[in-house]
Design a protein around this ligand. Structure first.
Ligand code: PGA
Length: 254
């Protein structure tokens, strides 16, 4: 099956960082990147409270602004959650679901994540589904089983056309925020495994598979040149305009 025709994706996940004034400053620094990005797309996911301010700075650029979560209901008694209508009102274009921090710290299950993803996709957002194994699971040789069960239980309810707006982020949990970037062999074999699973689920619209976990300008050149890697989900290095600029230059010159 042909690989997707998506441009490469460089997505910054700002997590719970930056108050609005800081997010505005960082966003201003992204404008020149968007002008130079010909082969790649730049996406950023600020905190909910900064989305509007960031959107305002980036509205005339090609950069997509996203959110770090979405609830599966449209309204109601769900303290602390955010709905698709609220995100639509902020002109959000994509959402991240299933991040390991949501899974591990906040106890989100595959069942919840599948409902969040479905809600996002059926409401015409792009959805980045994060999957990946913990250190213990890798040590026990369970990496492929974990990835498979995350994919199956998060994607089982998607319609064929919804795969067109899906992005998979392979993020080994042990690589996130630790400086322990996965080896190129580990990345390639996990991405290949994911692609094979996706090929069974969808016929035409094979989702891009991006890597996340301690991506920096020092390791990105080889990661992005690795077969099957269609971009990156970046935490720490996305908060530093110099580093994010370098990542963007690397992806463009690749
Ligand atoms: P990191 O985070 O780049 O800081 O490791 C990646 C992520 O959590 O998406």
């Amino acid at each position: 099956m042909k690989m997707t025709s998506w441009p490469k994706i460089l997505c910054g996940n700002w997590k719970m960082n930056l108050i609005a004034s800081e997010a505005i400053e960082l966003s201003k620094g992204l404008i020149p990147l968007s002008e130079k990005a010909k082969k790649s797309m730049i996406w950023v996911a600020p905190t909910f409270t900064s989305i509007s301010a960031v959107q305002n700075v980036l509205k005339d650029t090609t950069i997509k602004v996203g959110a770090q979560n979405i609830h599966w209901e449209s309204t109601g008694a769900f303290t602390g959650e955010i709905s698709h209508q609220m995100l639509r009102e902020l002109c959000v274009e994509f959402v991240i679901v299933g991040h390991s921090e949501r899974r591990q710290i906040f106890g989100e299950t595959n069942e919840m994540i599948s409902k969040r993803l479905k809600k996002a996709l059926e409401n015409n957002f792009y959805g980045i589904l994060c999957i990946g194994e913990t250190e213990i699971e890798r040590r026990e040789g369970a990496t492929e089983d974990i990835i498979e069960s995350q994919l199956e239980s998060c994607l089982y309810n998607l319609d064929m056309n919804e795969y067109q707006s899906l992005v998979i982020a392979y993020e080994p949990v042990w690589a996130i925020g630790t400086g322990n970037v996965a080896s190129l062999d580990q990345i390639e074999s996990a991405h290949k495994f994911i692609r094979k699973k996706l090929e069974k689920l969808t016929k035409d619209a094979l989702p891009p598979i991006i890597y996340g976990g301690s991506v920096t300008p020092d390791n990105f050149e080889s990661i992005i040149s690795t077969p099957e890697v269609h971009g990156a989900l970046v935490g720490g290095a996305s908060l530093d305009i110099q580093k994010f600029t370098e990542l963007s230059q690397i992806i463009e010159s690749n």
